[in-house]
Design a protein around this ligand. Structure first.
Ligand code: CA
Length: 319
């Protein structure tokens, strides 16, 4: 991580500083600023957020103040892929874990897929079990539920998801999102609006910390920040880790020099390491297993589903 010396003075006076000797450039810059201002105004009037460059300008300033290299940050957010993702946030707000259908992972076809995966990766799973004390059946069950064994990883660019959520610290962004994308879905009552504001502020703080972890991770592993896709909650890879978990628990399972949770061997070892670090012991009882799994995901339905899938893989009986 290239840490830059904090300098509030320079970070607050970037962008438009025309040189008298270059009148043409100055007018071009002024025209560009005017165009972007008009475009932003027009979008706002339609209830749509302007996508660039306003949504992330405050965020960029904050990241530079927190030690990220200015050129790196400005370079990233100047790219055309950098867009505000209001629909992802609206979907995230209306998401309810308890309504997820966890039974889908216990159908005969899901168990068959998990069994095929368990056999295909038997060597890696056995080796990992020996080193971390986490049963291969449990790792397979987690990968099944998290990403359908690496086949369903989400389509959203992780950088945009985290940046959009982090930008909700700004009241104007919350208003824009509420008016344009949430209130119709959620019904416009003061109570729900208050709940949305509290949720947005909490998520904004969380997402900013995850954004910093994500930028640290992609920089350290030399990964294009826009290349990784994940869920609307900013989780990524076959194991659906949040970036801070990748930094702490991610492992280079296939020893190619890069921690890449879109690789099976890396994902398998990272899951094992995460559970091991949270207290998993081989042969522990069901209650102890549930307690550790709840550290991975706070839903009891989730933890129970993992153990049921793992049981079916351990004792495949007639169905
Ligand atoms: Ca690797």
């Amino acid at each position: 991580m290239a840490i830059k010396h904090k300098n509030r003075e320079t970070s607050s006076t970037l962008s438009f500083r025309p040189e008298p000797r270059d009148v043409v450039l100055r007018w071009l810059a002024l025209a560009a600023v005017t165009f972007l201002w008009l475009a932003g105004g027009a979008n706002s009037a339609l209830g749509e957020p302007s996508t660039r460059p306003e949504p992330f300008s405050f965020l960029q300033k904050q990241l530079v103040e927190d030690g990220f290299d200015r050129h790196l940050i400005e370079g990233i957010y100047a790219r055309p892929e950098a867009t505000f993702d209001p629909k992802g946030i609206a979907d995230y707000f209306s998401h309810r874990e308890a309504t997820l259908d966890y039974d889908q992972f216990l159908t005969p076809s899901s168990i068959d897929q998990a069994m095929a995966y368990f056999r295909r990766h038997r060597g890696t799973l056995k080796e990992t079990e020996k080193r971390y004390g986490v049963e291969g059946e449990v790792i397979t069950a987690i990968l099944l539920v998290e990403s359908r064994l690496g086949t369903f990883i989400g389509k959203r660019r992780v950088l945009n998801t985290l940046s959009s959520l982090a930008a909700l610290g700004d009241a104007a962004k919350r208003d824009m999102l509420w008016d344009g994308h949430v209130k119709d879905k959620a019904q416009e009552t003061q109570e729900i609006r208050n709940r949305f504001d509290r949720w947005a502020l909490r998520k904004s703080d969380w997402a900013y910390r995850q954004l910093k972890a994500y930028l640290t991770y992609v920089q350290a592993q030399d990964i294009d920040p826009f290349s990784l896709r994940g869920s609307y909650a900013g989780a990524l890879g076959f194991a659906q880790f949040v970036p801070s978990s990748i930094l702490t628990f991610g492992r280079d399972g296939n020893k190619d020099g890069q921690v890449n949770l879109y690789e099976h061997m890396d994902a398998i070892e990272s899951v094992a390491n995460y559970l091991n670090e949270h207290g998993w012991k081989q042969g522990q009882n069901r209650d102890e297993s549930l307690r550790v799994l709840l550290r991975y995901n706070h839903s009891t339905y989730y933890a129970e589903t993992i153990l049921k899938v793992a049981d079916r893989l351990t004792k495949p009986g007639p169905r």
